[in-house]
Write a protein that binds this ligand. Structure first.
Ligand code: ASP
Length: 584
């Protein structure tokens, strides 16, 4: 028997018990004739004590231990003379009577502490050591609990978890596919699923009625903090539902998770149309922890001789409360912020609404104080506030203003990680036009149903058609999205033609779906949540990487196992693959 207790469970009530523990040597301290060892396992840390006077040999053995050695100890639980209120086992220690070294260890390349001295790269290379750190392990524990609660909630509501294949054909969902060559079918390829979209719809045709799956999905995209090439979705689909049914079911799931994992009771989630989200926040995933809505002031700014505004399609303002005292330097910082290439504004105009009621702007040459007063009134600004203005082409400027709004929100401390604001964004446009290619793409995916009242517009004004599609946004992060699907093969065919598929190509790629729809497809709809994003929001993380056991880095590499890697010529030959232009 290696142990009869864990390192996290002994308390004052256990004093005088004989126990055996196993774990890793976390820390060793020598103090006078005493040696103290912190023994760690997944459950916690327990202090071991060795008294030189009582047992010199054992004490010397303890002094020879190294960090991260794996040991087993037996001893008696005793009350500590100096207690540590910061850990649950802090009132006791083990007076050790025997040590067995189960395995010696090399000194780890970084300290196994919350505040470790290891940089990102080093920790990723030795991820198995990084995972020994409390903070990282806690994220994975939370992830486990979330997956468990998701299954519980959905199981109680008759959802069935069904596995769908990982080796499938390429489906157009917007991102690039990961491709897997087929040895048995030379020259042909599987793709890894970007999502189980088509399979879950087919399960509805099969009459499964309520499906879910916690499932790995793959997208070959450039990486950002909230993206990984492989990520996990909570993928769901329901039959005989309208949008309202899906929103209610999954608002319920989200509330259940907040309640059980964080003890938070959330109020009903507000809803906002895509059009309002863009107009008021310049984003389809607005962070509504704070207001600072956009105010259009174009009509108040024209014909005063300021060419920049006169020639702009859109002039938009936000009001930063209490920021009139911003210094020149702070304003320059904001100007540099909006001018960064990622944001791309040409400049920033500001109006200080001073405490004494006077108004001072960076465009005083063109606008009188009463002009500025009119702007301030429209912005609902009060003395002490700062008004920030961007102008230009509508969509671009709204996006820039959205970045500026978030930046000001952060600077003003309005984006508290522990304040959770959920929002449904609804009525997304069905299609999105790629101006360069001069063709429409599906905004969500090609299986999304147009709103019935907008179907007539499909021919005359496709860009104006709204979809029965929705996103769940928490604190400005899109954590889930879905739609009511098309279940009529003729409408699906029509949709493919609007998207520029020839009849043959649509048949080739999606014939099976349109065929399936001919055999009795129920009305259906669903949603998928990003599990990694949800966990990272619950844990207050900056990157989803921190809640994934073995994540990839920003170049899509696993630096621990060194993947991706080259394969042997034999393997290439077997697959009939020839590598051209292999770089050294
Ligand atoms: N398959 C969609 C996605 O991955 C989600 C859905 O429509 O249910 O975004």
């Amino acid at each position: 028997m290696y142990r009869n207790r864990t390192c996290g469970e002994l308390r004052i009530a256990d004093v005088n018990k004989e126990v055996t523990l196993s774990g890793w040597v976390h820390k060793i301290r020598k103090m006078g004739g005493m040696t103290f060892v912190d023994l760690r396992d997944r459950y916690g840390v327990t202090q071991l004590s060795f008294n030189q006077e009582k047992n010199q040999e054992l004490c010397e053995q303890a002094n020879r231990l190294g960090r991260e050695w794996v040991i087993q100890v037996t001893g008696k639980v005793e009350e500590r003379s100096s207690k540590n209120p910061n850990i649950p086992t802090g009132e006791i220690e083990i007076a050790v009577t025997a040590i067995v070294v189960l395995n010696a260890a090399q000194t780890p390349p970084f300290t196994i502490e919350t505040e470790t001295d290891g940089g990102d790269d080093l920790r990723m290379k030795y991820r198995y050591l990084d995972l020994r750190r409390n903070v990282v392990r806690k994220n994975l524990e939370l992830r486990h609990k979330m997956a468990f609660e998701v299954r519980k909630y959905l199981d109680e509501r008759d959802f069935l978890e069904v596995e769908t294949p990982v080796l499938i054909g390429s489906t157009p969902e917007g991102a690039r596919d990961f491709i897997v060559p087929s040895r048995m079918n030379p020259g042909e390829f599987y793709a890894l699923p970007q999502s189980p979209q088509l399979f879950k719809q087919l399960l509805m045709v099969s009459g499964f009625d309520r499906y879910f799956q916690i499932v790995k999905c793959f997208r070959d995209e450039d990486l950002r903090a909230d993206r990984q090439p492989e990520f996990t979705q909570i993928d769901c689909e329901m039959s005989f539902v309208q949008q309202e049914d899906v929103l209610n079911m999954f608002e319920g799931l989200t509330k259940h998770l907040f309640k059980t994992l964080k003890g938070i009771d959330l109020p009903d989630f507000p809803r906002m149309s895509y059009a309002d989200a863009m107009r008021q926040y310049g984003s389809d995933k607005p962070d509504i922890r704070f207001e600072m809505k956009f105010v259009e002031i174009k009509d108040l700014t024209t014909d005063r001789g300021f060419g920049v505004f006169d020639s702009s399609e859109y002039v938009g303002a936000i009001c930063a409360q209490g920021s009139a005292s911003y210094t020149r330097k702070q304003l320059d910082e904001l100007t540099d912020f909006v001018k960064r290439p990622q944001i791309g504004a040409k400049g920033l105009i500001y109006v200080r609404y001073n405490e004494d009621g006077s108004l001072k702007s960076s465009v005083d040459k063109f606008y009188s104080e009463s002009d500025l007063k009119a702007w301030a009134e429209r912005c609902n600004a009060k003395p002490g506030d700062l008004i920030l203005v961007l102008s230009g082409e509508t969509e671009k400027t709204q996006k820039q203003l959205s970045e500026l709004r978030l930046e000001m929100g952060s600077r003003l401390g309005l984006r508290d990680k522990n304040n959770y604001k959920c929002l449904w964004v609804v009525d997304f446009p069905l299609l999105e036009k790629d101006e360069e290619l001069n063709r429409f793409f599906a905004k969500h995916h090609p299986f999304t149903s147009p709103k019935p009242e907008d179907i007539a517009l499909l021919d005359s004004d496709p860009g104006a058609v709204r979809a029965n599609a929705y996103d769940l946004v928490i604190n400005g992060v899109e954590v889930g999205g879905g739609s009511i699907r098309i279940h009529d093969s003729a409408l699906q065919q029509k949709m493919f033609s609007v998207l520029g598929f020839t009849e043959e190509r649509a048949q080739e790629q999606f014939g099976f779906l349109m065929n399936a729809f001919k055999y009795g497809a129920p009305p259906h709809g669903g949603i998928a949540f990003g599990l990694d994003r949800l966990v990272s929001i619950f844990a207050g993380l900056d990157s989803i990487r921190d809640c994934i056991a073995f994540p990839k880095n920003n170049s899509g590499r696993d630096v621990m196992i060194d993947a991706p890697s080259r394969i042997e010529q034999e393997q290439l030959d077997e697959l009939g693959l020839v590598i051209v232009n292999r770089e050294k």
